[in-house]
Design a binder for this molecule. Structure first.
Ligand SMILES: C[C@@](CO)(OP(=O)(O)O)[C@H](O)COP(=O)(O)OP(=O)(O)OC[C@H]1O[C@@H](n2ccc(N)nc2=O)[C@H](O)[C@@H]1O
Ligand SMILES: Nc1ncnc2c1ncn2[C@@H]1O[C@H](COP(=O)(O)OP(=O)(O)O)[C@@H](O)[C@H]1O
Length: 291
């Protein structure tokens, strides 16, 4: 086997609280990650010569900065593996949208190359490697919808109901660092325990007073289009921004309800309907017996 094609799903942050700040400036979060059925697809072809190449162009992301190229190189460094890879990335997840596309591409690359190169690294080791690439990478390797703490690396599986989402994509890319470094960002939401949250069928976006996205106010101030899209969606259901934006979403119990809202979208706005997943499509991919 020297080729492999794998999905890299998007995520939503069903809430995101900033509860503190580490000495190195990184923010301590509490957030709930949910995978959705919008995905990039990555095609990997192993190379005997050790080169790592992205074979297609991606607007605004030179191969050297691409998180999947960086993930492959990190895996080579970590294991001394002398194989290389050609990576073709079919991009569908809007970039800079808070949907975690780059992080998910990196996670899928680690999972896929672990198998393609026959490395046998454990899920835990892949998650540690992923964290060096970005705070959002570990959850995509973890594989379950999760309550996350720390900078996103302390993860506990979190059962969620079947649900559908209308996701709107304001026509802006929000740099994560710009939101986290803004002087008006609040960093003092009271930390909670996972036990306090309703789970499974009882968890609903907007169902519990106080679950919010602490990055939203700053993103709305810097990017009024985010506020406009939120206001439109809130006519139909409680709506929130995901991650550091720019995308916003609302939850519905059925596909029909979500589609009915999307159909009313004004022609100057873009969006899609996505189904919430119960787990990452590569959940069972990391070697169970691994080192
Ligand atoms: C906000 C979240 C929520 O899921 O998602 P996105 O909106 O990016 O998808 C994540 O915490 C983003 O994770 P990720 O996109 O991997 O961020 P990183 O590359 O690790 O960090 C980018 C920059 O954001 C800041 N940063 C990031 C995470 C964090 N917990 N505290 C921070 O202060 C740091 O300044 C860092 O240099
Ligand atoms: N494979 C990749 N896919 C998307 N973005 C990438 C990738 N590699 C690097 N990036 C960079 O990461 C930034 C954030 O990407 P993305 O993960 O899509 O958004 P977000 O962090 O808002 O969820 C992009 O603007 C881009 O510069």
């Amino acid at each position: 086997m020297n080729t492999l094609s794998c999905p890299a799903p998007a995520k939503l942050n069903l809430f995101l609280h900033v509860v503190g700040r580490r000495a190195d400036g990184y923010h301590l979060l509490q957030t709930l990650f949910r995978f959705i059925d919008l995905n990039d697809t990555l095609h990997f072809t192993s190379r005997p010569d050790g080169q790592v190449r992205r074979v297609n162009a991606l607007d605004g992301v030179p191969p050297e900065q691409d998180l999947c190229v960086r993930a492959a190189r990190l895996l080579q460094q970590e294991t001394g593996c002398r194989l290389g890879v050609d990576i073709e990335l079919e991009k569908r997840i809007p970039m800079g949208g808070g949907l975690g596309g780059g992080s998910s591409d990196a996670a899928t690359t680690l999972l896929a190359l672990n198998r393609l190169w026959g490395l046998g690294l454990s899920r835990e080791r892949l998650m540690r490697l992923g964290l060096a690439l970005g705070a959002d990478v570990p959850v995509f390797i973890f594989g379950d919808n999760a309550f996350a703490e720390g900078v996103g690396e302390r993860l506990q599986p979190f059962p969620l109901p079947d649900a559908w989402y209308v996701v709107l994509c304001p026509p802006v890319q929000v740099p994560t660092v710009q939101i986290f470094t803004h002087p008006e960002l609040t960093r003092n939401t009271i930390s909670m325990t996972m036990r306090a949250l309703p789970k499974g069928p009882d968890f609903r976006v907007g169902g519990l007073e106080g679950l919010k996205n602490d990055l939203q106010a700053v993103a709305c101030k810097l990017y009024p289009a985010v506020a406009e899209h939120l206001a439109w969606l809130m006519q139909f259901a409680p709506a929130l921004m995901t991650g550091s934006g720019a995308c916003v979403f609302a939850e519905f119990a059925t596909q029909a309800e979500a589609q009915a809202v999307l159909q009313r979208l004004p022609s100057n706005m873009r969006g899609f309907v996505a189904r919430g997943l119960q787990q990452h499509p590569l959940k069972d991919f990391a070697a169970a017996e691994a080192v």
